[in-house]
Design a binder for this molecule. Structure first.
Ligand code: AMP
Ligand code: MG
Length: 406
C-alpha cells in the first residue's frame, strides 16, 4: 500500500493545465483566468453624481441657506455638454448622470427646499467641492491590473469585466469528462431486477460530481466485464473526452479488466502507469493512466469508494487541469460529538460524517450512518469526511480533522 499523498502526487504530476482559450463572458463563470487582465478604459467613464439632487458650484453654497436658479434637468444617460452651471445656478440631477460643466458639487435633494420663486431651489447647507461626486476612473483606470492570472471568476468578476466592455476573457476552459460504468451485474434505469443484477448508481453520482467540479459530463454508458469490450470502450472514450472516469473492475477479481486494459493502453514509454493500492479506507484500489494524452481514472466499483476516490484524486486533478489555484477541498479541525471508532490496519480512514458549525464557532461532527463502502446513503447524507489516522479512532469530545465536501 502507498500513502494517500504519494498516490495523489503521482496522479497530479500527470495532469497538466489545459491550453487557455478566450471564451465569451457568459461562459466564463467558475473559469480561471490564464493571464492578468488589464483595464483599457476608466470606470466610471465620467464624473457623475452619487445622489439625486442639484449640481452646483460649491462656492455658491457657502452662505447657505441660499436660493439658486435652476437652469436645467439632467437624468442619467444624458450628455450634459450643452449645459453650463454659472454663478448662483443649479441643474437638477439624477443619480448616475454626468456632472454638467461648471458644477463641482452636488447637494442631495434632502438638503434642499422649494425656492421662493418658481424655477429656483433653496440650498439649505454649504457643501465642499466634490460633494457626492463620483470621479471618473474612481474604480479602474486604463492600464490598471483588474484581476491577476489564476483568478476564479465569480459573479462580481463578470460584472467588472462587463463594465469594461470585455466580450471574451482568456481562461483555462472546462473539460469534457466521460463517465463509464463497468460490470456484468449492472442494469440501467427502472424495471424488475433479475436476481444477481443491481442498478447502476455510480454513473449518476460521478456525472453529477463532474458537473459540480465545473466540467462537462459525458455519459458513456455501461460496459460489460469483457476484456475486448472494456478496451473498445476506453479507446473510444479517450478519443472523445479530455478526461475519462470509469468505475469498477480495478480490484483483485478475475474479471477486473479495467486495470488490465488500462495498464496495457497507458503503459510503456516510461509513463506513469499505475494500479495502486492506496493506504486509505474506503477506496483502496485506484488505476490511473494517461492514454493518448487523456488521463483515465479507474475508480473502484463500490459506490462510496468511487465517490471518495473522485474526491481525493479526480477532483483535484480536474481542478489542476483547469488552472484552479486551490485544488483540494478545505479541511478544518472539528469536535467529534460521538466516538468515531476504527481498528488499526495501516490505512487512513475517511469516515462519512455530518458537520455543523455550532454556537462555539467550531465544527461538530457525527457519523452519517453505516460506514461500509457499499452504503451509499450514508455518503449521500454526509457533508464531510473525518480523517482518522491509523489507530483506534477518536473518543467523543476529541478533536478530529475533517475534509469539507460542500
Ligand atoms: P468491482 O470493483 O467491479 O469488483 O465492484 C465492487 C462492488 O461495487 C461490487 O459489489 C459491484 O457490484 C459494485 N458496483 C460496481 N459498479 C457499480 C455501479 N456502477 N453502481 C453500483 N454498484 C457498483
Ligand atoms: Mg465489477
Amino acid at each position: 500500500m502507498i500513502p494517500l499523498e504519494e498516490a495523489r502526487a503521482t496522479v497530479l504530476a500527470a495532469c497538466g493545465r489545459v491550453h487557455p482559450r478566450a471564451v465569451p463572458l457568459a461562459d466564463a463563470l467558475g473559469r480561471v483566468t490564464s493571464v492578468p487582465l488589464f483595464a483599457d478604459e476608466e470606470v466610471p467613464p465620467f464624473a457623475n453624481t452619487a445622489m439625486d439632487g442639484y449640481a452646483v458650484r460649491a462656492a455658491d453654497t457657502s452662505g447657505a441657506p441660499v436660493t439658486l436658479r435652476v437652469v436645467g434637468l439632467l437624468p442619467a444617460g444624458v450628455d450634459p455638454s450643452g449645459m453650463h452651471v454659472g454663478e448662483d445656478e443649479a441643474v437638477q440631477i439624477m443619480t448616475g448622470a454626468p456632472m454638467p460643466p461648471g458644477a463641482d458639487a452636488v447637494v442631495m435633494v434632502e438638503r434642499t427646499g422649494p425656492g421662493s420663486v418658481p424655477g429656483t431651489v433653496e440650498v439649505q447647507v454649504a457643501v465642499p467641492a466634490g460633494n457626492h461626486v463620483r470621479p471618473a476612473g474612481e474604480d479602474l483606470r486604463p492600464g490598471q491590473e483588474v484581476f491577476p492570472a489564476f483568478t476564479v471568476l465569480q459573479a462580481g468578476h463578470l460584472g467588472v469585466l462587463a463594465s469594461l466592455g470585455m466580450r471574451r476573457v482568456p481562461v483555462f476552459p472546462g473539460l469534457r469528462v466521460g463517465v463509464l460504468s463497468t460490470g456484468d451485474e449492472l442494469v440501467d434505469g427502472p424495471g424488475p431486477l433479475p436476481l444477481g443484477k443491481i442498478r447502476d448508481a455510480n454513473r449518476s453520482t460521478l456525472l453529477a460530481l463532474v458537473a459540480q467540479a465545473g466540467c462537462e459530463p459525458v455519459d458513456l454508458g455501461l460496459v460489460a466485464d469483457e476484456e475486448d469490450a472494456v478496451r473498445a470502450a476506453l479507446v473510444e472514450a479517450v478519443a472523445s473526452c479530455d478526461v475519462v472516469l470509469t468505475s469498477g473492475g480495478v480490484s483483485m477479481g478475475e474479471l477486473d479488466f479495467v486495470k488490465k486494459v488500462l495498464d496495457e493502453l497507458a503503459g510503456g514509454g516510461g509513463r506513469p502507469v499505475t494500479s495502486m493500492q492506496v493506504a486509505i479506507r474506503p477506496a483502496k484500489p485506484l488505476s490511473f493512466g494517461v492514454v493518448d494524452d487523456t488521463p483515465v481514472f479507474g475508480l473502484p466499483g463500490n459506490p462510496v469508494s468511487s465517490m471518495v476516490s473522485f474526491e481525493l484524486f479526480a477532483r483535484p486533478a480536474l481542478r489542476q487541469m483547469m488552472g484552479h489555484p486551490a485544488i483540494h477541498r478545505p479541511t478544518a479541525r472539528a469536535v467529534a460529538d460521538e466516538r468515531l471508532g476504527r481498528s488499526p490496519d495501516g490505512k487512513l480512514h475517511l469516515v462519512r460524517v455530518v458537520a455543523a458549525l455550532d454556537d462555539d464557532g467550531r465544527y461538530h461532527v457525527r457519523s452519517s450512518g453505516g460506514q461500509a463502502s457499499n452504503l451509499l446513503r450514508a455518503m449521500a447524507l454526509a457533508n464531510a469526511l473525518a480523517l482518522l489516522p491509523d489507530g483506534e479512532g477518536v473518543d467523543a469530545g476529541s478533536e478530529v480533522q475533517v475534509m469539507l465536501l460542500t
